[in-house]
Design a protein around this ligand. Sequence first.
Ligand code: ADP
Length: 401
Amino acid sequence: MNILVLNSGSSSLKYQMIDPDAGKVLASGSVERIGMADAVLTHRAEGREPVKVSGEILDHGIAIEYVLAVLLSRNHGVIADRREIDAVGHRVVHGGELFTRSVRITDEVIRGIRDCLELAPLHNPHNLRGIEACRDHLPEAPQVAVFDTAFHGTLPPEAFLYGLPYVLYTRHKIRRYGFHGTSHRYVSERAIQLLGRGAEGTRIVTCHLGNGCSAAAILDGRSVDTSMGFTPLEGLLMGTRTGDLDPSVVLYLMGKEELSMAEVSSLMNKHSGLIGLSGVSSDMRELETAIASGNARAELALDVFTSRLRKYIGAYAATLGGLDAVVFTGGIGENSALVRQKTLNGLQFLGLTLDSDRNATGTREREITTADSRARAFVIPTDEEGVIARDTRAIISGTPT
Ligand code: ADP
């Protein structure tokens, strides 16, 4: 079976062609700079020449045409006819309270995703564009939506409510939703397998650390708290986002610096976090290089990043009533031994004893605590596309996800 997995952003479209039965990625790539004259498609397929095509790709519909053309091409492609695409699985950022699991896309589902547009103005409109482009260009292929928020649908009210008047929740749906759900779901399921004793009674904290970062508390395999909230701005420090911030700072700043709403939003989302604190970069690799050459502000940014993460792990251990495992995933979580070491240093009281050698090197997926550590820590590479492909297969073949 061939499932085309799509992640449509504002000016990009990432794709993978996956055979979920064989657990294989047949081809993958991206279209970047959609809407511009010099958009670029980059494509790789196993045993085929990689290819880069540049051209004017004005919208997501044209981007899909490019993707289909390269998937069908004799030299670089993996299929001979577009009917060989059995289904399309879409990453959709916000499912609101409406979607707490993956669903087959119908007109009603599209209306539902539209209803969530206001909640995720930066993401859902682009996700919808990808869906509409596939309906035009692959009308026979069933389509499935997999939501970033869905896994956190199990959050209890005490975790999802803000301390605002309750009427604002009922009237405007202002609550915490959580994001990166597909990643937290995959790595927590994998951690439960590695713990080897079934989901019941397991207490896991998952840390997805990429450009966006979030932690989640997973009890019995279900998300019971997570650090991102109404939007992906809350919680951990991120590459360019503030994470937790006293809301009064926003009001104060708007007055002091005469900032508009758009300016303050840009400040908190694009110019804060690691880049804002360090003045060096939002990219952890570049920060590590700067730290190695003695840059004190880069080190300070890393300290804020790991100290806040450590605080969340401790808080979630309290939420869970103890801790069996911590999982690190995402570009930083999977690759930065320094971040993992600085984060876990000080958490020995939770039973976590880091093994420095295992932390420094090893297989991509591995345990990084010592053999006698009471609680365990794992590095688990995330696989959001694999989850989307498997959910899509399950839904089109009528098996529960
Ligand atoms: P996204 O959230 O956009 O999917 P990723 O999950 O790819 O992003 O994470 C990107 C982050 O991972 C960047 O901060 C990058 O510097 C960091 N990263 C990737 N490789 C390494 C590495 N070897 N060491 C430290 N950080 C890394």
